[in-house]
Design a protein around this ligand. Structure first.
Ligand SMILES: Cc1cc2nc3c(=O)[nH]c(=O)nc-3n(C[C@H](O)[C@H](O)[C@H](O)COP(=O)(O)OP(=O)(O)OC[C@H]3O[C@@H](n4cnc5c(N)ncnc54)[C@H](O)[C@@H]3O)c2cc1C
Length: 387
């Protein structure tokens, strides 16, 4: 008999969500994480939005998926708060709205107009799960006094922000507590180290330990390609480095400020104790360094948007490797008998990770994947180049 029903390799937001889902189903789960530098979940800025600014409506199934994943946050948070009431708080998640801004540049204005147009009709809003009409904001400085005066904005209420590392920790806390409360053999073990899959069987080696599972789920983010090569499985995922800067504005309440986003690059998020400015998109391989050029680019974008931040204190820098695919869509499903993947969440992982991690775990434990996820099949044709 196998030691575990589900072996999860990779403990970012996807792996942690999968672990909770496995325990909920009464499974014996082990989560293995190597603690590699560049874990995206620890760096992720935290925008949880049902509206993609960088894509049109060519893929309704993608829009529907994002909308479903944002909607899932509510029930997930209710569950986490019920299991771990002491952990409830705005750092996990808060719906603060989003101010999409554009300056005089005709390209920026046109991009803003496209978003406004998409959300101008009840049908357009419904497809994004947006219930309240979006509002044109002439004076964006009523929300963020530090913003440039000439910016025009569009306010979308149904956008939230989350601290990825905090949500991750709460998912694991909930999974541990549920496992302890169950009497049917469910369990969660967490093992630090690099998991290596044996060829031809759902058996994983971690250091000197050999773990036998009924199924293995790779939630290894940007590292998925390398992890699966020995198994003969081609998963073309590559790292896209993102650097951020965390700032503090003394004497200002920033916790309930809306996300400031742009159709081009650059965004700002307000949390109780900091402002997060992001982010670079760098195709530089597995290099998780914070660089002078990266920080320069982030600060330049942030101060261009909000010159009033120039005197803010720099608290820290963050860097993470987004797991990207050539078509910009995640990979969820089986790649070999009893071997599954859930990766490639790119710049959307904090939004999509909780639900996709859960569905991937349930699939690995024997449930059908919903047909609406067919477009995420790891068997679809993909190239090695990143989107
Ligand atoms: C700068 C930046 C800003 C972002 N902003 C947002 C945002 O605003 N909104 C949003 O929705 N998303 C955002 N994202 C994207 C999001 O953070 C990622 O898509 C998401 O965190 C990916 O989660 P993951 O679990 O797939 O991977 P990761 O969090 O990278 O976790 C993968 C884990 O697998 C482990 N691992 C790898 N190989 C092995 C092995 N062989 N054995 C054991 N462990 C292994 C690693 O150590 C790592 O801990 C951002 C990302 C970055 C970098």
């Amino acid at each position: 008999m196998a030691d575990y029903d589900l072996i999860i390799i990779g403990g970012g937001i996807v792996g942690a969500s999968a672990a909770l889902a496995g325990v909920r189903k009464g499974a014996r789960v082990v989560l293995i994480d190597a603690g590699l530098a560049g874990r995206a979940t620890d760096a992720g800025a935290g925008i949880v939005s049902p509206v993609a600014l960088d894509r049109g409506e060519q893929r309704p199934e993608w829009t529907a998926l994002i909308t479903e994943c944002v909607g899932y946050y509510e029930s997930l948070l209710a569950e986490l708060d019920a299991v771990d009431p002491a952990g409830a708080g705005s750092a996990t998640y808060e719906q603060v709205g989003e101010l999409v801004v554009a300056g005089d540049d005709p390209g920026e204005q046109a991009a803003l107009d496209v978003v406004a147009e998409r959300l101008s009709t009840p049908e357009g809003r419904r497809s994004h799960g947006v219930t309240k009409p979006v509002e044109i904001v002439e004076d964006v400085r009523t929300y963020w006094p530090e913003l440039r005066r000439d910016l025009r904005g569009l306010f979308i209420t149904e956008v939230g922000r989350v601290v990825g590392s905090r949500l991750h920790d709460r998912l694991l806390t909930a999974a541990r507590r549920l496992a302890r409360a169950q009497s049917d053999g469910a369990g969660l073990e967490i093992i630090p180290g690099a998991g290596v899959l044996d060829a031809g069987s759902p058996r994983v080696r971690v250091g000197h330990r050999v773990l036998d599972g009924r199924a293995v789920l790779f939630a290894t983010g940007a590292w998925a390609t390398a992890d699966l090569v020995p198994y003969g499985v081609q998963i073309p995922v590559r790292p896209i480095r993102g650097q951020l800067v965390h700032l503090r504005l003394d004497g200002q309440q920033t916790g309930m400020r809306p996300v400031v986003n742009t159709p081009g690059s650059g965004y700002l998020l307000g949390f109780d104790d900091r402002i997060v400015a992001g982010a670079t998109h760098e195709d530089v391989g597995f290099d998780a360094r914070v660089t002078a050029g990266g920080q320069h680019a982030v600060l330049q974008a942030a101060l261009d948007l909000a010159p009033g931040l120039s005197a803010a204190t720099v608290l820290e820098t963050r860097v993470g490797l987004r797991p990207a695919t050539s078509d910009g869509l995640p990979l969820v499903g089986a790649v070999a008998p009893a071997v599954h993947v859930a990766t490639g969440l790119g710049a959307w992982g904090l939004t999509l990770g909780p639900l996709l991690g859960e569905l991937a775990a349930r699939h690995a434990l024997g449930e059908q994947l919903p047909e609406r996820l067919d477009f995420l099949s790891p068997g679809r044709p993909l190239t090695k180049e990143s989107a």
